[in-house]
Design a binder for this molecule. Structure first.
Ligand code: ATP
Ligand code: MG
Length: 229
């Protein structure tokens, strides 16, 4: 598998229940996202938004239905190809007890120190470069990050990884309005030619999204653009 330049996503009649759960977390989800389209996913807490994004990273196997990237079932991709195709910001960001450099390099092993520093600056984390710079120790035995710093570290990783499909789970959760603006502008800039699925709680800033889907109780109950909804 070469890394595709563009990714179109097709979700067909997808249903999923977590192991040992009788309740379905996703019910008969069908959704087509053309290459380069931007889709926002809204809905009340617990409705299945994160679960849907997780199935797109193949974290779980659906009991029914299928997900395809460029017409090819996700099950056909190997781990490396799948990772190369997706830039992911999950709702719970994992910080490794390692240097700041290594926490970023796992997303972009080839990146230079300059590129890493630039990515940190773009997400407003240049402050982390004070003192020990990229050698700063993070996590256990080192510096802990605030929730908002952790989110922005994850966004820096996604931007560095620069994959054709961005899967963003509430990327600006917990950020103040000004920082949120900065991050949404950055994401809009870096994903211009990319496919995006973004979970969010707010309608604000979604005017340029091609499709906004609203979920409830594991189903898509509404979709349309900003003007329709
Ligand atoms: P939020 O807006 O709070 O992030 P969400 O829409 O992302 O909510 P999900 O995290 O997808 O919701 O959860 C959907 C349902 O699946 C919920 O009822 C949740 O309790 C359940 N669930 C999520 N993760 C697991 C898991 N690992 N095992 C069992 N049930 C889970
Ligand atoms: Mg969630």
């Amino acid at each position: 598998h070469a890394v595709p330049e563009h990714v179109a996503v097709d979700i067909n009649n997808l249903s999923f229940a977590y192991p040992d759960q009788s309740q379905m977390a996703l019910r008969d989800i069908s959704l087509s996202v053309g290459a380069g389209q931007h889709v926002a996913i809204l809905g009340r807490t617990g409705c299945g938004k994160s679960t849907l994004l997780q199935l797109l990273t193949r974290a779980w196997e659906p009991q029914q239905g299928e997900i395809c990237f460029n017409g090819e079932p996700l099950s056909q991709f190997d781990e490396t190809a799948l990772r190369a195709a997706t830039s992911v910001v999950s709702q719970r960001v994992h910080l490794f007890s390692a240097t700041l450099r290594d926490n970023l390099l796992l997303a972009a092993p080839q990146a230079s120190d300059e590129e890493l520093s630039h990515a940190l600056t773009r997400v407003g984390l240049e402050k982390l470069l004070e003192d020990a710079g990229l050698n700063s120790w993070l996590g256990e035995g080192g510096r802990q990050l605030s929730g908002g710093e952790l989110r922005r570290l994850a966004i820096a990783r996604a931007v560095l990884h620069d994959a054709p499909l961005f899967l963003l789970d509430e990327p600006t959760e917990g950020l103040d309005a000004e920082t949120e603006r900065q991050i949404l502008d950055l994401l809009a800039e870096v994903t211009k030619q990319k496919t995006v699925l973004m979970v969010t709680h707010r309608l604000r800033g979604l005017a340029h999204f091609d499709n906004i889907i609203v979920m409830d109780n594991g189903q898509i109950i509404e979709q349309g653009n900003h003007a329709d909804l």
